[in-house]
Design a protein around this ligand. Structure first.
Ligand code: NCD
Length: 356
């Protein structure tokens, strides 16, 4: 059975096919109006969401299917102490496909062990958000017509911003990609992304401390919000919340064909005056999220019977994970680590952080 837990669960060829399917859906909507008749999507959101959940639900409805689920953990049996494993095992009896979002990192890897139907990670803590990345890829494709030879500025909370982590994993697989990482020192990319993803890929990357110094070279500027809910204290968040605010003035030296993206929601990191600028594409990006999720649902349902081919790394038993946000520290899971191919270090199979 195929799932989508991480951006790299799909090969480049499979991503191309999904983009092509999304483009066909955009151009021939009536053709797909009954494609999922009789099928049900469960959206299990243990954490807040507007775009991701509603675009998943709109996607399934536009495919002629139906939806069920919950939008907050407090209205599910989680409030009674049920584990992710049990919730997923149960819901997979009621639905043909599941999209889940959870505040704990690695939660979808626990769910994957129990699900009877295809599972989609709709965001796990500060770790990953692969369907946002598919959305971003469709947006890049529609704006640029290519995935290579691009200089991409990633700005804001690169530490906790899961959309950035997943986007880097995806874009690193293409040729001639350069990243400019624009963040405060304290919100730099996690080590594992630099060591295990960026460095081995050969993609060039530099760091910048201001938008203005980065902007002239960029083809894409990907803004992100400071992730308030992931900080240890409100005080820490307040220190960084206004680190970057994009306005028209800061865009003066940009290329005319710059594409400004943002996974949304925006708090205050893009001034509203930018919204009507032709370079701003973040609301189009949100619409693309519906089309690519239609393509994803169709792809996974068509491959429901498929036996998973790609074996994960060899696993071995070990102690507990040091990441305080990892699901293995909250719920009963086999404590296992995967061995990284690149540096021989052991990483948690759930959240990918270093174990030793
Ligand atoms: C993002 C997320 O949930 O990580 N939102 C989304 O899904 N479009 C970005 C964010 O919350 O900042």
């Amino acid at each position: 059975m195929r799932h989508l837990l991480d951006t790299t669960d799909f090969t480049l060829r499979e991503i191309d096919d999904m983009i092509a399917l999304a483009m066909d859906i955009i151009e021939n909507k009536p053709k797909y109006a009954k494609a999922c008749e009789g099928k049900k999507l469960a959206t299990l959101f243990f954490e807040p969401s507007t775009r991701t959940r509603l675009s998943f639900e709109a996607a399934m409805l536009e495919l002629g299917g139906s939806v069920l689920g919950f939008s907050e953990a407090s209205s599910s049996s989680t409030a009674k102490g049920e584990s992710v494993s049990d919730t997923i095992r149960t819901v997979s009896n009621y639905a043909d496909i599941i999209a889940m979002r959870h505040p704990l990192e690695g939660a979808p890897y626990v769910a994957k062990k129990k699900t009877l139907v295809p599972l989609i990670n709709a965001g796990d803590g500060g770790h990953a958000h692969p369907t946002q990345t598919l959305t971003d890829l469709l947006t890049i494709y529609r704006e640029k017509g290519r995935f290579d030879k691009l200089t991409i500025g990633l700005c804001g909370d690169l530490k906790f911003g899961r959309t950035v982590h997943s986007l880097i994993k995806a874009m690193c697989r293409y040729q001639n990609i350069r990243f400019v990482l624009i963040s405060p020192e304290e919100l730099r990319l996690p080590d594992y992304i630099i060591r295990d993803v960026l460095a081995p890929s050969g993609a060039a990357y530099t760091e910048a401390r201001t938008i203005e110094e980065a902007v002239p070279q960029l083809d894409i500027l990907y803004m992100t919000r400071v992730q308030r809910e992931r900080f240890a204290s409100e005080e820490e968040y307040l220190k960084h919340k206004d680190a970057f605010i994009l306005d028209l003035d800061k865009l003066q030296a940009s290329k005319a064909e710059l594409t400004i993206m943002h996974p949304l929601p925006r708090v205050n990191e893009i001034a509203e005056e930018v919204d009507d600028d032709p370079r701003a594409k973040y609301f189009e990006q949100a619409l693309n999220g519906k089309y690519i999720r239609m393509a994803l649902i169709l792809t996974l349902l068509a491959r429901r019977e498929e036996v998973e081919q790609a074996p994960r790394e060899t696993l071995f038993a070990c102690g507990t994970c040091k990441n305080p946000h990892c699901i293995s520290n909250f719920q009963r899971v086999p404590h296992l680590a995967g061995r990284s191919e690149t540096d021989g270090a052991a990483r948690c199979v759930y959240c990918e952080s270093l174990i030793r």
